[in-house]
Design a protein around this ligand. Structure first.
Ligand code: GLN
Length: 197
């Protein structure tokens, strides 16, 4: 099978570090700014930044419906920090969860914490939190992969992965590797279902 083709939404925020990390893991990558850029993607990363700016860019660029369509057709989504907010049910509605913005407090603008993440083995993942949200509410289909101070900060529902911190700002690629593994198995599923159509 050809390598994965992954897009990174490049409207605003920290998209370049995601591109580098995905490339270093062997994916082919593409910056996404318009609906045409989504064509043929296996998955899409929505990076951190400012969720209001990214949401406005999605609306004005006519990207909301094409992103939902990518998801419906089996494409995966990985939202980080502001990207997690953009995925929630008050925005794109890609995950049955509601994020609370700047939830760890404006005073404490940023911090780092070691996280135990389900599925990533025994070694803690260093979470870089920058004016980070947390998950305030989620439906029964949402798996909590990691929590900090009792608040969900990494979650997954089907082909959607979201985290409150910035895994692209460390040199630990395990969460991106998990996203790529999810994407590979989602693609295999689409292909095998296609055989029976
Ligand atoms: N506080 C930002 C927001 O609510 C998110 C910060 C980030 O992505 N690092 O949009």
């Amino acid at each position: 099978m050809p390598e994965l083709l992954l897009g990174v939404l490049a409207i605003q925020g920290g998209f370049e570090a995601h591109l580098r990390m995905l490339r270093s893991l062997g994916a082919e990558v593409r910056e996404v700014r318009s609906p045409g850029d989504l064509e043929g993607l296996d998955g899409l990363v929505i990076p951190g930044g400012e969720s209001t700016t990214i949401s406005m860019g999605i609306e004005s660029g006519g990207l909301a419906e094409p992103i939902r369509a990518l998801r419906r057709s089996g494409g995966t989504i990985f939202g980080t920090c502001a990207g997690m907010i953009v995925c929630d049910d008050a925005h794109l509605g890609l995950i049955d969860a509601t994020a609370a913005r700047n939830a760890f407090g404006r005073q404490l603008q940023s911090f780092e914490a070691d996280l135990a993440v389900e599925g990533l083995g025994d070694e803690a993942l260093r979470g870089v939190f920058i004016r980070a949200p947390w998950i305030e509410r989620h439906g029964p289909g949402v798996e909590v992969l990691a929590s900090h101070e009792g608040r969900p900060v990494a979650v997954r529902e089907g082909g959607v992965l979201a985290c409150a911190f910035h895994p692209e700002l460390t040199d630990d690629p395990r969460l991106h590797a998990l996203f790529m593994a999810m994407t590979t198995s989602a693609r295999e599923r689409v292909v095998s279902e296609g055989d029976f159509r």
